[in-house]
Design a protein around this ligand. Structure first.
Ligand SMILES: O=C(O)CCC(=O)C(=O)O
Ligand SMILES: [Fe+2]
Length: 209
């Protein structure tokens, strides 16, 4: 379980920058077990192509978003999923205490991006009826090399200028155990293609309706 220093530095970075990157947020052992389960679910065809928009053709959707996902079912979680879930609940409570974010619900899924797949630039919350406040991603890839690609490219709104060619972004590589959180409404981001399978757990904390 991450200690309170992790929660504190996450809250401070969120408050200052609107996002936080926390290496080693989960232990190598937990990350390994989660990766094992994600791979097993993939082999058992439990991960399915993620959805974008309604009625869009499969081929078209895949150009926008190529990951395969499986939601955690809070009523039927494995031991390792429960361990991860409990850490996210602890993080949620800590952020509520420190930043008064009013985070209530949490939903999360495994995601596997096969080689060459991507998720084009998007925002996780774009409609007013969407209650998502905070996006989180935790990566599950041992020995990731930057030359293998697969960065999360986070566009930093506070630093943008009027000239699109000088857009400011930060690339975050999907190293095992690293946690990223960012304000869902503020940050456009994309997942760049990689040369190997890219495993993660993505999730969202929402306000009460
Ligand atoms: O895997 C990532 O780094 C980000 C995934 C993402 O943007 C999403 O699932 O909405
Ligand atoms: Fe996203």
């Amino acid at each position: 379980m991450p200690n309170s220093d992790y929660f504190k530095s996450t809250a401070l970075a969120l408050q200052r920058d609107g996002y936080a990157v926390v290496p080693d947020f989960i232990t190598p052992m937990l990350a390994t077990e989660l990766a094992r389960e994600c791979n097993a679910q993939n082999l058992a065809s439990l991960l399915t192509p993620a959805h974008v928009g309604h009625g869009m053709q499969r081929q078209h959707a895949e150009l926008i978003r190529g990951d395969h996902t499986n939601w955690f079912n809070p009523l039927a979680m494995s031991v390792v999923q429960t361990a991860f879930w409990d850490q996210m609940q602890a993080l949620r409570r800590s952020l509520n205490q420190r930043l008064l974010l009013g985070l209530d619900a949490f939903e999360t899924h495994y995601a596997l991006y096969p080689p060459g797949s991507r998720y084009r630039r998007h925002r996780d919350r774009f409609r007013d009826d969407d209650l998502r406040v905070l996006s989180m991603v935790c990566y599950l890839n041992d020995d990731w090399l930057e030359s293998e690609g697969g960065a999360l490219r986070l566009y930093l709104p506070a630093l943008q200028t009027d000239a699109p060619e000088t857009e400011i972004f930060r690339d975050i590589f999907p190293h095992s155990g690293t946690l990223v959180v960012f304000l869902s409404a503020e940050f456009e981001h994309e997942v760049l293609p990689a040369t190997r399978n890219r495993l993660s757990i993505a999730g969202w904390f929402s306000r009460r309706a």
